[in-house]
Ligand binder design. Sequence first.
Ligand SMILES: [Zn+2]
Length: 158
Amino acid sequence: MQSINTIFVPSAIVTETLAILQKVGRRRSECVVLWLGKRDADRIRIEEVYKPDQVASRDYFRIPEESMEKIFQKLREQRLFVAAQVHTHPNKAFHSYADDEWAIVRHTGALSLVVPYFAKKTSAATFGTDTVVFALSALNEWIEVGPAQILNHYQIIP
Ligand SMILES: [Zn+2]
C-alpha cells in the first residue's frame, strides 16, 4: 500500500494543521494550509505545515499573487515542494468548482484534503476518516480517493 508518491505526514504536523484550521474556523471562516515536503528515494515526507497569507470567508479562500510569490521563495530557499493542500469547509467536505480551478498544487499525484465543519469536530485521531481526499490525475482532474485507497496516497506516521 505504498508508491513513490505516497506522502508520509508526522502526526505532530496533523495536530498543528488542525490547530491552525480550528483557530480560523472559530471565526467561521475557511482556511487553507500547505503541507511542504521533501522527496526521498522512495517516498515523500512532510516537513512543515505552512499557512499562506490568504483572503478567506465563510465559504471561500483565495491566495493573492504576493502570497504566492512568498510561497515560491520559501520553497526555493528550503528546497521543499507543496505535496498537499488542506482546507476547511463550513459544512460537508467535497471539491468545489473553485477548489478545482484554484488548487495550488498542480502536479500529478498531488493531494487536496478537505476537512468538514471548519475542522471543529476533527481530532488527530479522526483526521483520516473525517477528511475527504482528492488526488490530481495525469489528466489533470481531481479524483476523490476512496477509503480503501487512502493509504496509497498518504499515511500518518509517529
Ligand atoms: Zn473548498
